[in-house]
Design a protein around this ligand. Structure first.
Ligand code: SAM
Length: 322
């Protein structure tokens, strides 16, 4: 039934936008000492090797996170003239945006023995969330992570990867429809301090047309169950009517619920082959007040690197409203 495998796409430009937004949002939420329920409705395999046939065949990580990682590495090796394009953003602004550096440091943390700047391992959203919730200054708070994945191979891989974390009941991974599972998890439990806090990542592959309507329905239902949750929805920007109308639909639903929103998009421009996904967006409900400024600083630097050697259409946007 499912042909989509995230292993072919891990670390591409869409993951960069999604995971950068996730890191920036979580960092802000984690400034408060009360526990969070983190829910990943479409978790994938959790963590990926970039030296496998899947990643090498698609070349998506190479054109995404591998290029960006040069940006960080260039701090140490500015002599390498073949990397000239990666310095442009730094030249323009003087330094790497804080949230981008934070994200790149996190990826580097998963690649401690890498001899070059190119990462061999890429953490998916489950491992990114786990890394942040288990940092020494956060670990005592005991956030919970709930993961859902339907693909038989990916749930097996995810469960094996999660088992290696030895995180006990703090993390669970289930072979379940993430849209359905969400209903039972909201509102999240009250913490001992009396607060309820949750971040929900909704990241389907949209390989089935009905995913667009399911995303909208899940957001509408979730806002009824838990209006103050922070919701992050990834969506592709492709010439398809359902894709085109999804951000508009999400805006209407968010406004009807009286909540604030942020919409970030990244278009990396056409490739010479002219195929493949070139743009995507993140819709965030109840975004941290710091998110817009963080993305405004990081996205032009990312675009500068990822759109090099590509044709027209490169652009980024960050809008917010209430
Ligand atoms: N969130 C992951 C990350 O950022 O690392 C990537 C997820 S990938 C884009 C989407 C995943 O959702 C695929 O692994 C697919 O098998 C899975 N999937 C598709 N429909 C699903 C559903 N209804 N419930 C749960 N998982 C689903």
């Amino acid at each position: 039934m499912f042909s989509y495998r995230h292993a072919f796409h891990a670390g591409n430009h869409a993951d960069v936008l999604k995971h950068l937004t996730l890191v920036a949002t979580l960092r802000h939420l984690m400034r408060k000492d009360s526990p969070l329920t983190l829910i990943d409705t479409h978790a994938g395999a959790g963590i990926y090797r970039l030296d496998t046939d899947a990643a090498q065949t698609s070349g998506e990580a190479e054109a995404g996170i591998a290029r960006l990682s040069n940006l960080s590495a260039s701090e140490n090796s500015k002599q390498n003239s073949s990397q000239t394009h990666v310095y442009q953003a730094e030249k323009a602004t003087g330094s790497i945006a804080t949230v981008l550096q934070d994200y790149l440091d996190l990826i580097a943390h998963f690649n401690p023995t890498a001899t070059s700047s190119a990462p061999r391992v890429y953490p998916g959203s489950p491992f990114i969330m786990h890394a942040l919730m288990s940092e020494p200054e956060r670990a005592a708070v005991h956030d919970r992570l709930r993961l859902f994945e339907l693909h038989p191979t990916d749930i097996q891989a995810l469960s094996a990867h999660v088992a290696q974390l030895h995180a006990g009941r703090q993390i669970s991974a289930a072979r379940q429809d993430g849209f359905e599972a969400l209903k039972a998890l909201l509102p999240p439990p009250v913490s001992s301090g009396g607060s309820r806090r949750a971040l929900v990542l909704i990241d389907p592959s949209y390989e089935i047309k009905s995913d667009y309507a399911k995303v909208a329905a899940a957001v509408q239902d979730s806002l009824k169950r838990f209006a103050t949750g922070v919701y992050l929805v990834w969506y592709p920007i492709i010439p398809r009517p359902e894709a085109h109308s999804l951000p508009r639909r999400l805006k209407t639903l968010t406004q009807q619920a009286g909540r604030t929103w942020l919409n970030a998009t990244l278009h990396i421009g056409q490739s010479s082959q002219g195929s493949g996904l070139t743009a995507s967006g993140m819709w965030v409900i109840n975004p941290p007040h710091t998110l817009k400024a963080a993305l405004d600083e990081a996205l032009p630097q990312i675009l500068d690197v990822l759109s090099a050697h590509r044709g027209s259409g490169a652009a980024w946007t960050v809008e917010q409203g209430d």
